[in-house]
Write a protein that binds this ligand. Structure first.
Ligand SMILES: [Zn+2]
Length: 254
C-alpha cells in the first residue's frame, strides 16, 4: 500500500473528477494521501476532503508564496483548524526565495515560518516544509525549534544539509524529480539517506514523474518514485513501498 504524503487535490486541475479520482485510489494501490493546505481556503478544502474520504488526511498552514495580505493573527484560524482529528501536520510552510527576491518579502516568509514552527511545537504536530533556494535560512529556523519535527518535501538541498536534518530527527520526501534523467543531486541524497527517513509524494497536480512528465500528476503515479528508490537502494520495490508508508504513518501519527 502506497502513501502519497503530499498532493494538492484542492487544486483546480481536479475540479472535473476530484471525488471519483480520490475514491479510486485505494483500488489502485494508494491507501493513504495527505493533502497540505497553502492558505486558509485551501486548508479548509483539504479538511473537507479528509472528512469525505477515509484514506485522505490534511495539513493546514500558510505556504511562503501565499502571504499577501496575511497577518500573523491569521494563524489563529490555522491553529483552530489544526484541532480537527484528520489534520495531521502544519503545512506546507517554509521559505521560497525563488519567487520572492525582495528582502521585505523574505523577512515576512521567515516570520511566518518561525511562527508556524512554534505553533507546531505547541500543538505537538509535525510540519511539512517547502524550501526553495533558501536552504541556509530554512535550516537555521528549523534548528531554532528543537522540538519541531517533520519532513522537507520535494527535497532540493545538498547531501550535507540532509545529514544535518537526519541528525535533527527530520525526514525527507521525494517527488517525480527523482525519475528525471538529470536528477543527479537528489539521487546523491537518496544514495546516502537512511531508509527510515525517506518518504514519497507526488506534489500533484505538478511534478509528474517520467514517463508522464508534463501531464497532470496524481497519486496513482507515486509508485514511480518507489521504483526509482528501489533501484538506487538496490531493494525490492515492495520493500520500499512498505517502508515509506510506515515512515509516513509514523511521522503523521496515522
Ligand atoms: Zn506542495
Amino acid at each position: 500500500m502506497l502513501f502519497d504524503t503530499h498532493a494538492h487535490y484542492n487544486d483546480r486541475a481536479f475540479d472535473a473528477d476530484r471525488d471519483t479520482l480520490l475514491a479510486s485510489l485505494p483500488e489502485n494501490g494508494v491507501g493513504l494521501v495527505l493533502c497540505p493546505g497553502c492558505d486558509i481556503e485551501s486548508s479548509r478544502d483539504c479538511v473537507a476532503m479528509a472528512e469525505k474520504h477515509p484514506h485522505v488526511y490534511a495539513a493546514v498552514g500558510f505556504h511562503p508564496e501565499n502571504l499577501d495580505g496575511v497577518t500573523l493573527s491569521d494563524l489563529d484560524t490555522i491553529a483552530a483548524m489544526a484541532k480537527h482529528p484528520k489534520v495531521k501536520a502544519i503545512g506546507e510552510i517554509g521559505l521560497d526565495y525563488y519567487w520572492v527576491k525582495d528582502e521585505e518579502g523574505r523577512k515576512k516568509q521567515r516570520d511566518f515560518f518561525d511562527a508556524q514552527l512554534s505553533l507546531a511545537e505547541q500543538l505537538n504536530l509535525p510540519v511539512i516544509v517547502h524550501d526553495r533556494e533558501a536552504h541556509k535560512d530554512s535550516l537555521d529556523l528549523v534548528k531554532a525549534h528543537p522540538n519541531a519535527r517533520g519532513v522537507f518535501h520535494c527535497y532540493s538541498g545538498s547531501v550535507e544539509d540532509a545529514k544535518t536534518l537526519v541528525i535533527l530527527g527530520w525526514s525527507i520526501s521525494f517527488t517525480g524529480v527523482i525519475t528525471f534523467k538529470n536528477a543527479r543531486k537528489a539521487i546523491e541524497v537518496l544514495e546516502w539517506l537512511p531508509m527510515d527517513r525517506i518518504m514519497i509524494e507526488t506534489d500533484a497536480p505538478y511534478m509528474a514523474p517520467e514517463p508522464y512528465r508534463g501531464k497532470r500528476n496524481d497519486s496513482r503515479y507515486v509508485y514511480r518514485m518507489a521504483e526509482t528508490i528501489a533501484r538506487v537502494k538496490n531493494l525490492p520495490v515492495e520493500e520500499v513501498i512498505r517502508i515509506t508508508t510506515e515512515n509516513g504513518k509514523k511521522l503523521f501519527g496515522i
